[in-house]
Write a protein of this length. Structure first.
Length: 283
């Protein structure tokens, strides 16, 4: 685990489904700490439980005085850690699409109904500090929140078995999906929580907003674990069109082993790497 470097963009993975260090704990979810060159620190998602706090403690990282918390969407594996929001000093503002508050349920035959939206206590504790964000919004120096991503027909699909209502009605459209974009001198670093808006849709929206910028890195979960070859091929082509020469993937969570293998064949193993809690990146 490398220490943060002053004056650089430092990104530390606090939560992922796997670990990059045996000293840390894994859980299903994502939480990533972003330290900007100006020294201000942002938390992107909070995982499912308080493991993001425990892993930060084990890494010697303080979560005091965060500039803010950016939530990529309302699912519990990205918002559950907000249940422990009261432990954070300074009560940082929480940014997200207005729809992150909408309840959602997972309903599968023969299984109990499971709440997949933001837990009740997370809603209760974080609500007073919440600031709604729509479209493309600058949160800090060179840090942007991208949501309301235009979606090409057939380029994304609601999650099977997920509904707005406990009786199995109202498929969840996941319109709250968002990504974080950070501009660096070498290109754009993109953090994707799950990519429910569709990976190619996200990249196309970012490229439209920053047409002169190359894509330096993609970090997070891409929700391509069940993607067919046609979808993966489109993802590769879209990435190739806008990537920098030294582009790199650091992906985990819901990306899928099949996706990592496919991307490795397309871009080379050096450019496609697992994420994992404890991973520290400098740009």
């Amino acid at each position: 685990m490398l220490p943060a470097e002053t004056g650089k963009l430092n990104i530390t993975v606090l939560v992922d489904d796997t670990v990059a260090s045996e000293e840390l704990a894994a859980e299903h979810g994502v939480s990533i700490l972003v330290e900007l060159p100006n020294g201000r620190r942002w938390l992107v998602d909070t995982g499912t439980t308080d493991i993001f706090m425990e892993n930060a403690r084990r890494m010697g990282i303080s979560l005091d005085d965060l500039a803010g918390i950016a939530i990529t969407h309302g699912h519990d594996d990205h918002t559950g850690g907000l249940t422990f929001y009261s432990r954070l000093k300074g009560k940082p503002p929480v940014y997200g699409h207005p729809y992150i508050w909408h309840k959602s349920y997972q309903i599968k035959p023969g299984q109990p109904v499971r709440v997949t939206g933001m837990p009740y206590l997370a809603r209760k504790d974080a609500a007073p500090s919440f600031q709604a964000v729509n479209h493309v919004t600058r949160l800090d120096d060179d840090l942007y929140f991208f949501t309301d991503i235009p979606r090409a027909p057939g380029s994304f699909a609601p999650i099977a078995g997920n509904f707005f209502n406990e009786d199995g009605t109202g498929p969840v459209p996941l319109i709250d999906d968002a990504s974080i974009v950070i501009k660096t001198p070498k290109g754009l670093v993109v953090i994707i929580g799950c990519g429910h808006a569709g990976y190619t849709n996200i990249l196309n929206a970012i490229h439209a907003a920053f047409p002169g910028e190359k894509l330096l890195a993609v970090i997070g979960g891409l929700h391509l674990m069940n993607a067919g070859e046609n979808v993966l091929a489109e993802a590769v082509d879209c990435t190739r069109r806008i990537k920098a020469d030294d582009f790199v993937f650091y992906c985990g969570h819901c990306t899928g082993e099949n996706t990592l293998r496919y991307f490795s064949q397309a871009f080379g193993e050096k450019a496609v790497r697992p994420m994992g809690a404890g991973r520290v990146l400098h740009f």
